[in-house]
Unconditional design. Structure first.
Ligand SMILES: Cc1cc2nc3c(=O)[nH]c(=O)nc-3n(C[C@H](O)[C@H](O)[C@H](O)COP(=O)(O)OP(=O)(O)OC[C@H]3O[C@@H](n4cnc5c(N)ncnc54)[C@H](O)[C@@H]3O)c2cc1C
Length: 399
């Protein structure tokens, strides 16, 4: 008999959760991670409080080449299921914004919860321990690891995505998929700040640090969130969200005064205001933004608004409410919160996450081509895909 029913590679969100579920259902599980510390991404997420799910998470909140793939797992392990687990472990939590749930105290509470769940499943945990190679052997697999050769019936790849290499992210999962003949889709940094050519960005550098609510759109992504100006470009939730939909060469469109009709407001001010345009605009926008914007329209700034042509006011308003700009790039995997793309979901069973080509080989979490919006969705995918796989690995009947 093989010593393990399953080896889970990667003790992050998905790997820990999957190992615990499979172990509690009777599987003999070995969990391996090469990093010195378990679940570093949970630890640093949500400013140390981990935005662990989104109350309203559903398939519409995820990007994938195959958008229906995530439906089954998300339906079978819901945010409410994870909330119930968090409550069973007496971890206090709160809702912050748009359904985003955070720990009251610390992300460490969640890590401790996941480790307790693994203990309850008698999971063997080797960390730090690198895996050098995985190959098929007989009806199962063999792994070369720092602690020697391991034989197992099944292998779960939960090695995450490429963001933040300095805390252990690698392309191991993608390489393993290709080694076994599974297709991968193109990968790119997502939930990431956008950057611009230094010369094009120079007029906006004085705005670094300014944050304001905006409407933003790129490709199929459209959001109403806060935008943050930085020295190199744009960040903040609005830009992180839209970055997942952005492709090089495409513009992003920004409405810097969402919900307002700035053109009509400025035209109406002509009848009642004796101010110059430079003094009128800050009545309707953050003053720093108005000031920086008018340096790009010096001919208007000093003109009394009453003497300014409607056409010029409408153009000024349009430049603010239909601001179209083309990023030169992103801040890359050093700053990205997730990787878009990954193991092609057409290669996997949506019920169990098992490879269709290589029975016994599973992929879960971020390494799979399912990418959530900002706001707890990526952890919900980690839990849901891990639950689908963990239940399939467990020998006990499905609850
Ligand atoms: C700064 C930051 C903040 C975030 N905040 C949030 C948030 O608040 N809410 C949210 O939903 N999402 C958030 N995310 C995204 C979320 O952290 C990930 O989507 C999630 O952790 C993915 O889970 P995973 O288990 O697939 O991968 P990970 O949690 O990244 O775990 C992968 C594990 O595999 C290990 N590993 C990698 N390569 C190997 C190898 N070769 N051998 C052995 N082990 C290996 C790694 O050490 C790691 O422990 C954030 C991400 C970042 C970077």
């Amino acid at each position: 008999m093989l010593p393990y029913d399953a080896v889970v590679i990667g003790a992050g969100a998905a790997g820990l959760f999957c190992a615990g579920i499979a172990g509690q259902r009777g599987a003999r599980v070995l969990l391996i991670d090469h990093a010195p510390k378990v679940a570093e991404k949970i630890r640093i997420s949500g400013g140390g409080r981990c935005n662990f799910t989104n109350r309203d998470a559903g398939p519409a909140n995820f990007l994938s080449d195959n958008p229906h793939f995530c439906r089954s797992a998300l339906a079978r392990y819901t945010p409410q299921d994870f909330i119930a687990l968090v409550q069973r472990h007496r971890i206090a939590w709160h809702e912050k914004h748009k359904g985003q749930l955070f720990c009251d105290e610390s992300a460490e509470d969640l890590i401790a919860m996941l480790l307790r769940e693994c203990e309850q499943g008698n999971v063997t945990h080797w960390q730090p321990c690198a895996v050098q190679a995985v190959r098929q052997a007989g009806t199962g697999f063999e792994l070369d690891t720092d602690r020697g050769l391991v034989r197992t019936a099944r292998v779960v790849v939960a090695t995450g995505g490429l963001p933040v290499p300095k805390i252990g992210a690698t392309d191991f999962g993608l390489r393993l998929a290709r080694q076994f003949g599974l297709r991968t889709t193109d990968t790119r940094p997502a939930l990431v700040p956008l950057t611009f050519d230094a010369a094009a960005w120079a007029p906006f550098v004085p705005l670094a640090g300014l944050s304001l609510p905006v409407g933003i759109r790129s490709g199929d992504g459209e959001f109403l969130e806060d935008l943050l100006f930085t020295h190199r470009g744009l960040s903040g939730p609005a830009v992180l969200q839209v970055s997942s939909f952005w492709h090089p060469g495409q513009p992003i469109d920004v409405d810097l005064a969402p919900g307002a009709d700035l053109g009509a407001t400025l035209k109406a001010a002509k009848g009642s205001s004796r101010r110059k345009v430079a003094n009128e605009l800050p009545q309707h926008l953050p003053a720093r933004l108005a000031e920086a914007w008018l340096t790009r329209h010096p001919e208007l700034a000093e003109r009394p608004i009453a003497d300014t042509r409607d056409k010029d006011l409408l153009q000024l308003a349009a430049s603010l409410q239909a601001w179209s700009l083309t990023p030169s790039g992103t801040e890359g995997y050093k700053k990205a919160e997730v990787m878009a793309g990954g193991v092609d979901t057409r290669e996997l069973s949506s019920q169990t996450m098992e490879s269709r080509k290589v029975p016994g080989l599973y992929f879960i979490g971020e390494v799979v081509d399912v990418t959530g919006w900002l706001g707890g969705y990526n952890f919900q995918w980690a839990w849901a895909s891990a639950a689908a796989c963990g239940r399939a690995l467990g020998t006990a009947p499905d609850a």
